[in-house]
Design a protein around this ligand. Structure first.
Ligand code: IVH
Length: 693
């Protein structure tokens, strides 16, 4: 054995210091600084150096202590039966499983001709190991693993986990310690972080840290707000327990006690079944609602487990097969943006390629500017990248210890003042987390969404222009803006998949019909952010013409009822984009027309000046649809019947309103009459001047 040179001594010292810092951050601060895989590598390097240079051994080395120091505030609990760890088989191919089986058979003195050993295959949950002590069926204490010998008393928090029974079902033994994993489901984790972001509380890097933080919280009320789950997988101390003969039998018994046991487990004879299990779970991993970092194989017969015993602190009868890590470190090369269907700009991290979660990742989401600020991620940083399940990879945090100098903070609006897709201005509302492109109708990234909105029933009402047709029209490059709809011919349409000549003609007729519009519909169809149907109508009524609206400044916009500073700003920004005004000009040039007039002008519809009351369930229209129809035709919908009511539209189970209408002599019509009225303008006689009274 060689004597260590200066560089080895230094490396060992550096590794020890670094590992200690990471451990402190991880265990005490609940704020890890590096991914587990990286920590494992540092730890392994230190172990190897210490093994090859025994003269450097030190009782204070992190390798001499497994796990973290208990938090001083939580009471220490000594484990009667130590909580061990499982050896990890590094060879994750089939050979790894065969090696494990060979070791087991040799240790048991089995000959090749002896029957295969039965194993239980389980998931390796990525959470926090816990020991639950039940005395006479009652949960009396819950303790973390700690260093395996001594853990922390976390009973106060664990009692709040609904999945963990406070009392066991059936006939319970005098004493049983159930061991298992507390974890957080991914959806619960996302929801927790979303809430934390909204309220500016601590955001967690992954479900395991969130779970560990929750369990070790001193305040059980805080912990109770963090949704935790549990799976049982092992046994600690027991007394008066009729021990099953097999591990799988033990898990069955746990389930009968009312404890959660994971459904994904198999009983396999020999290594082949375990290999199949490994492959099956590997394919399933992304779809599981929680994180796992591998699978675990255990000798099923408990008498054989006893016979096999332990080496150092690991049982000979169990082994873990890990899957590729879901978090890795890499370099953040640049930050780009992606423009979504609604115009939202999402910052995207461009990364040095890194293998994480089973794939090579080069891009990861950074969510939005606030997240970048909160995490303090800067271009050039080393960052932790996480890809769990089928979730989009994300940058979890920078590795601050590795930052060189003080690179500038990232400012999305400064880097992308204009939309990278269409060149329109990018804006961010005061209370908004997202920055958006103002290109609307003009921006290709927003094209499909904008077209669907434009053609919608409450907008230009182009029947037959649904997502499938829009997808095809845009993908084929036939339609770029709504203007192109008015230039379509039968041939272009009939060339689309599943579009017969007849449907093409129908669609063209619907487009033709939509040329005759109302100002309110056109304003709504433009898809201005925060301008819904009602606001569009108010704007139309107030300004009377589109030119007046385009010319309006913030102040005059806010004069419109219900238009505040936010909506006014959206309207002004929309018309400040020359592209958007061009679209309007082109629509006009294509023959789209609507009536205009001075401020206060409202286009006369067939129902103008008439008041309607809706009651009962109409055969085909919903309340909203009927209301929109009436209002679209210039009529008013009122909630109560009076002498001034012109029509009551009555459906099934109409009640007091119908009675009142009849008693006042108000004209009552059915849905089909309403439709006829609006489509043909043929107004049935109303009560005015009617002699029904
Ligand atoms: S059995 C004697 N089974 O892995 C064996 N452990 O490295 C004791 N773990 O601290 C553990 N899933 O937190 C076992 N199905 C499973 C497991 C599992 C996750 C964790 C546990 C333990 C660590 C062992």
């Amino acid at each position: 054995m060689s004597t260590a040179g200066v560089d080895v001594v230094q490396r060992v010292q550096t590794l020890r210091d670094e590992i200690r810092r990471h451990e402190h951050a991880y265990y005490v601060l609940d704020a890890p600084t590096i991914p587990d895989a990286e920590y494992d590598r540092l730890f392994a390097e230190l172990q190897t150096l210490e093994q090859t240079h025994p003269e450097l051994a030190s009782a204070e080395s992190p390798t001499q202590r497994v796990g973290g120091a208990p938090m001083p505030e939580l009471a220490a609990v000594r484990h009667g039966v130590p909580m061990l760890s499982i050896r990890t088989e590094t060879d994750t191919t089939a050979a790894g499983v065969v090696n494990f089986d060979t070791r087991v058979r040799n240790a048991l003195g089995l000959k090749p001709e002896d029957p295969p050993v039965a194993y239980q295959g389980e998931l390796k949950f990525d959470g926090l190991a816990i020991s639950l002590r039940y005395e006479h069926g009652v949960l009396v204490r819950a303790a973390t693993r700690g260093d395996g010998e001594t853990g922390e008393d976390v009973t106060h928090n664990v009692r709040a986990i609904r999945q963990i029974p406070l009392v066991l079902e059936g006939r319970a033994p005098a004493l049983i310690e159930v061991r298992g994993e507390i974890y957080m489901r991914r959806d619960d984790f996302e929801a927790l972080n979303a809430r934390a972001r909204a309220t500016d509380e601590q955001v967690f890097v992954n479900p395991r840290n969130a779970a560990a933080g929750a369990v070790r919280q001193l305040d059980p009320r805080v912990s109770a707000r963090r949704p935790l789950s549990f799976f049982a997988y092992g046994l600690g101390e027991q007394a008066g327990f009729e021990l099953p003969e097999t591990h799988s039998g033990l898990l069955d018994q746990f389930a009968r006690f009312g404890l959660p046991v994971c459904e994904h487990r198999v009983l396999a004879l020999g290594p082949e079944g375990l290999i199949a299990f490994h492959d099956r779970i590997s394919a399933l991993r992304g779809t599981l609602p929680y994180d796992i970092d591998g699978v675990v194989y255990k000798v099923d017969r408990i008498d054989l487990q006893r016979q096999l015993g332990f080496v150092t602190r690991e049982p000979r009868w169990a082994v873990a097969h890990k899957y590729p890590a879901q978090e890795e470190i890499t370099r953040l090369v640049d930050i780009d943006v992606q423009v979504g269907r609604t115009g939202a700009l999402t910052p995207v991290a461009r990364l040095e390629p890194v293998f994480v979660g089973g794939v090579t990742v080069t891009n990861a989401t950074l969510h939005n500017q606030d997240e970048i600020d909160r995490k303090d991620v800067r271009i050039g940083d080393w960052v932790i990248v996480r890809r769990a399940g089928d979730v989009i990879p994300e940058v979890v945090a920078p590795v601050l210890a590795r930052r060189e100098g003080d690179p500038p903070r990232f400012d999305l609006l400064a880097k992308f003042p204009l939309c990278p897709v269409c060149g329109s201005h990018v804006v961010r509302g005061e209370d908004e987390a997202v920055a958006r492109c103002t290109g609307g109708l003009f921006c290709p990234a927003q094209r499909k969404q904008a077209l669907l909105h434009f053609a919608g029933r409450r907008a230009m009402d182009i029947e037959g222009l649904g997502d499938k047709v829009v997808d095809q029209l845009v993908d084929a490059g036939i339609v770029k803006s709504p203007v192109d709809l008015y230039r379509l011919g039968v041939l272009a349409l009939a060339s689309l998949e599943r579009m017969g000549e007849r449907s093409a003609h129908n669609l063209l007729a619907a487009i033709e019909k939509s040329r005759r519009a109302t100002l309110a519909r056109v304003i709504f169809a433009l898809g201005i952010r925060n301008v819904g149907e009602a606001t569009a109508r108010d704007l139309a009524r107030h300004f009377g013409s589109l030119d007046a609206l385009v010319a309006a400044d913030l102040e005059s916009l806010q004069q419109v009822p219900d238009v505040g500073p936010v909506v006014a700003k959206c309207v002004a920004e929309f018309f400040a984009e020359p592209h958007n005004c061009e679209v309007i000009d082109q629509l006009r040039a294509c023959g789209v027309h609507w009536e205009e007039g001075p401020p206060g002008f409202v286009q006369q519809g067939v129902a103008s000046g008439k008041t309607f009351v809706l009651t009962g369930t109409l055969p085909t229209l919903s309340r909203d649809e009927a209301k929109a129809l009436v209002e679209g035709a210039g009529g008013k919908v009122s909630g109560s019947v009076s002498k001034k009511t012109d029509f009551v539209v009555a459906g099934a189970d109409a009640g007091s309103k119908l009675e009142k209408a009849l008693s006042l002599g108000v004209r009552v019509i059915a849905e089909h009459e309403l439709l006829a009225l609006i489509q043909t303008g043929a107004l049935p006689t109303s009560n005015q001047g009617d002699s029904q009274a």
